[in-house]
Design a protein around this ligand. Sequence first.
Ligand code: 5GP
Ligand code: MN
Length: 311
Amino acid sequence: VWLGTHVDPDGDAIGSLLGLGRILRTSGRQVTLACADPVPSDLRFLPGCSTIVDSGPDAREHDLAVALDAGDAGRLGDLFDAGTWSTLPSLVIDHHVSNPGFGDVNLIDARAASTAEMIVGLLEELGLEPDAGAATCLLTGIVTDTIGFRTSNTTAATLAAAAKLMQAGAPLTEITQRIFSTRPLGALRLQGRALDRLRVEGPFAIASITLADLGELNVGPAEARGISSFLATAAEPRAVAVLREREDGQIDVSMRARPGADLSQAAQALGGGGHALAAGARVDGPLAAAEEQVLEALRVHAAPPPAPDSP
Ligand code: 5GP
Ligand code: MN
């Protein structure tokens, strides 16, 4: 079985990949675990990280390709090649409402707060028990995608899945410490720069991070994760967009909204996708043009409802 997850991987991507991979391996399957981008440093404590490769499925070697937490085929980056994918059966497991269902079989549950939560449900149906290592990977997926059980899609089922993983030996406190309370100083300083630069445009706010910022503060692109969630704690803006310049000249867009707004349309208009309150896209540079493009998408697709007429 070949299992792959999305570019710029987060805790749900890596946690789901390593968790499901480990369980399949334990139950006697041969597995290949793949991601086009390296594992961020704060997730390298997860068991099995060093076994992740950056190659796509091969019909001579694999009987099945599984895509995890990837909202569309493009999110697999170089791991997706339409020709190769058409030659072997594929399964998509994902919780993004915008997922078009690009597999032969598609398990898509937009109610699930993370792909890892879906995998816990799947294991129950299959009668498989995670060991402590797999449980740690899956709980990390749940904890990161719900920002510590705080997102609006966190349900009783999310907590029940987490409880099950703790019973299997997953250390919740260690996971939350590593994910939320341990950041390189450069990453914190990068947050500071983004905060200083945050520009309010009507109901929206926008900030950009340049390649020069990353160089000066000696932080990798993965360290920029979390900045949009941090800035979205600002009470006034309806939505916040953080743009980050990439080496290839394209711009990664990460957006967060306050409850009540819906970013998924704006993200799709930009060629990306995601959830109502957290969405993203990759757009063409340069930065200044990308900022205008993002603001325009927000104005058109995520505007506040018109104020009721005053009496
Ligand atoms: P983040 O802002 O944390 O990078 O991403 C927020 C959400 O938007 C995630 O659920 C992620 O899957 C989705 N997302 C981010 N970037 C892209 C993109 O380029 N394309 C698509 N389809 N979804 C994205
Ligand atoms: Mn996810």
